[in-house]
Each structure stands twice: as structure tokens, then as C-alpha cells.
Write a protein that binds this ligand. Structure first.
Ligand code: NAD
Length: 334
């Protein structure tokens, strides 16, 4: 019989976190969510309403005094809480350091004090920056291009350090371009899917960056959740693993699958033309492999498109304005 575990999910009201919480509850675990709702939405956990196995605490994870006692008696921690946008990270580096680095130390220390048995960190493929090799293995050098990427990478270093120095059983998973229902719709100009789905609902053209031939290793949220669960169920320690589909798809292909008109906007500095993960290691060590093809993933999104009805509808003009600092700090004109 399955033995229910007590689990903490930081960032559980966010996009990926809410999918993870759902999966944990459906396998019978008791879940405590820590989230300050800075970008997450309590509505993301609506599906779980009335379930006794979930507890929600609106709290800043960087506030060690406020969170440490919540870890008592907990078996596993999935640490997903972070500020996760590019432009705001350029504009507000302190806020990003606070949530992503200070927040991570606070969660690590809480986990250590409570004697946690498994600690899974949601790292980011943005640490590779513009890599030399495709598919990109975990051994590729870190080259963060903006403060978000830097803070996620620095926090990963802390996670691995806590594994080495304090013997905390840590695994870091580097997610690549995650998409799926409930992907973020915040006021910030962000990930491509939320932008395109809101544009589709409003009958506006898709704002394709550059010429749309750039490719991304889009990874469906439920595949990412399965990787998190597999890592937690394993005996692995001190490992860093890529989590991706391993099949890059061009933005033009994405537009074709979504169906609609297109308008082109300038290519942005600091972004790779391709993201493509080498997923040999996670397949070998965890026996995990991605299941959702891009065709199936897009179909699921289109069936859930109403979620993006409230999302901002971006135009080339509003994007140009919102990304001014991106070009200013990462571009040629410094
Ligand atoms: P999200 O913004 O939907 O979720 C992040 C959650 O963390 C939000 O609910 C937010 O309110 C919460 N949060 C932020 N700062 C906090 C703080 N100081 N205290 C408490 N809660 C806080 O983003 P997401 O896309 O679901 O990302 C989840 C994790 O996965 C993040 O760590 C992100 O860096 C990582 N990641 C995401 C992607 C992707 O493509 N979405 C790719 C690589 C890595």
C-alpha cells in the first residue's frame, strides 16, 4: 500500500507548482504550499478546494522565522518558489536576489533543521545562456545572461553546497521552456505561450520574435511534474539533471499549430537561437522520459484557452515599451 508522505511545495500556487500539488494529492500525499502569491494565483489551486490533504500558507520563503516551523515532520521538499521573469529581474535585481537566493537559503536551512529526506530544486536552463553545444549537456559551462538566470544558478550552487556540506539529499532539475495549462499570465511580458494564447483569444496577430526560425525545447508541465516525482522517489543525491522534451520546435511551427496571423518583432539580445537539452542523463538515472508531444500539448492548451481570457494582450508597441530595459542593458547600445 502507498505510504502517504508529508510534502512541502514552495511556489505551489504558481504554474508548475500547482500541477505538482495536484499530482502529489492524487497519489495520496499531504501537501503544504508556501507561496507569497507575488506571481502565483490562489485560483490555480481551486481544483483542490475542499481537500483536507492540502494546507496553504501565504508567506515569503525568505522569511526564515516565518517558515522554519512549517517544515517540522515534513518528509520531502519541492522548492519551486522564485521570481521567474527576465525583464523585471533586470529592473529589480534586489527583489530577484531576495526571493531566489535568500529564499533558497531560507528553505534549505528550514529543510536541514527538520531533517528532510528528499529536496528537489527547480533550476533553470537559462543558466546555459548561449551554449556552445547542442544538445546541451549538464556539464556545459554556466553563462547566465541576466539577473533571473544568475539568481537561479547561484541558488542551485547553494542547493548543491548544502548537499555536500550538510549532507542534505538534494537533486537539482534544470527545466527547459515549460508550457501547459495555467502558464503565467502576469502583467509582465513573459513566456511565449501565454502571450500567443491571449493574442489568439483577442484575434490579434502572434508577435513572433525575429524570423521565428529560433527553436525551443518546449516541455509539457505534466512531464516536468513526473520528473520531479521520479527524482524524489529515487535515491539520487547531489545530481543536476536536465528536464526537457529533447525535441526543439521552431516558433514558426508553434504558430502553425496554434493557427493565426503573424507579425514580426525585433530579436532580443542575450537569447539563444536554440534551446535543446541533452536528456541522456535523466533517462538513464531516473528512467524518466517525456510523454507529451508538442502537437498533443498544444491541443491540450487550446482546449483550456479560456484561462488566458484575462491575460494581457500584447502588441508590438506594448512589447517594445515593456522590453526597453532588455535592449538597453543586454544590447549593443550600453
Ligand atoms: P510561477 O511564477 O508561476 O511560480 C512561481 C511561484 O513562486 C509563484 O506562485 C510565486 O507567487 C511564488 N513566489 C515567488 N517569490 C516568492 C517568495 N519570495 N516567497 C514565496 N513564494 C514566492 O513560475 P513557474 O513557471 O511555475 O516556475 C516555477 C519554478 O520553475 C521557478 O523556480 C522557475 O524559476 C522554475 N523554472 C520555470 C521554467 C518555465 O519555463 N516556466 C523554466 C525553468 C525553471
Amino acid at each position: 500500500m502507498y505510504k502517504a508522505r508529508k510534502v512541502i511545495v514552495t511556489g505551489g500556487a504558481g504554474f508548475i507548482g500547482s500541477h505538482l500539488v495536484e499530482a502529489l494529492l492524487s497519489q495520496g500525499d499531504k501537501v503544504t504550499v508556501l507561496d507569497n502569491l507575488s506571481t502565483g494565483r490562489i485560483e490555480n489551486l481551486d481544483l483542490l478546494e475542499g481537500k483536507e490533504a492540502i494546507k496553504f500558507h501565504q508567506v515569503d520563503i525568505a522569511d526564515y522565522q516565518a517558515i522554519k516551523d512549517l517544515f517540522r515532520g515534513i518528509d520531502r521538499v519541492f522548492h519551486l518558489a522564485a521570481r521567474a521573469d527576465i525583464v523585471p529581474s533586470i529592473q529589480k535585481p534586489f527583489a530577484y536576489h531576495h526571493s531566489n537566493v535568500d529564499g533558497t537559503i531560507s528553505v534549505l536551512e528550514s529543510a536541514r533543521a527538520a531533517g528532510i529526506k528528499r529536496f528537489i530544486y527547480a533550476a533553470s536552463s537559462s543558466c546555459y545562456g548561449i551554449p556552445d553545444n547542442y544538445p546541451t549537456p549538464e556539464t556545459a559551462p554556466a553563462r547566465p545572461q541576466y539577473p533571473y538566470a544568475l539568481t537561479k544558478y547561484v541558488a542551485e550552487q547553494y542547493v548543491m553546497h548544502w548537499g555536500e556540506v550538510y549532507n542534505l539529499p538534494v537533486v537539482s532539475l534544470r527545466f527547459f521552456n515549460v508550457y501547459g495549462p495555467r502558464s503565467r499570465t502576469s502583467g509582465t511580458y513573459g513566456a511565449v505561450f501565454g502571450i500567443f494564447l491571449a493574442q489568439k483569444l483577442a484575434n490579434r496577430p502572434f508577435t513572433v520574435v525575429g524570423d521565428g526560425t529560433q527553436t525551443r525545447d518546449f516541455t509539457f508541465a505534466t512531464d516536468v511534474v513526473e520528473a520531479c516525482l521520479a527524482a524524489a522517489d529515487s535515491e539520487l543525491r547531489n545530481e543536476i539533471l536536465n528536464v526537457a522534451s529533447g525535441h526543439p520546435v521552431s516558433v514558426n511551427k508553434l504558430v502553425e499549430l496554434l493557427g493565426g496571423d503573424v507579425t514580426f518583432i525585433p530579436k532580443r539580445p542575450g537569447e539563444p537561437d536554440c534551446t535543446h537539452a541533452d536528456i541522456t542523463r535523466i533517462k538513464k538515472l531516473l528512467g524518466w522520459k517525456p510523454k507529451v508531444t508538442i502537437e498533443k500539448g498544444v491541443r491540450i492548451l487550446l482546449n483550456n484557452i479560456d484561462y488566458w481570457r484575462e491575460a494581457p494582450v500584447w502588441t508590438p508597441e506594448t512589447i517594445a515599451d515593456a522590453t526597453k530595459d532588455w535592449f538597453k542593458y543586454l544590447g549593443e547600445e550600453k
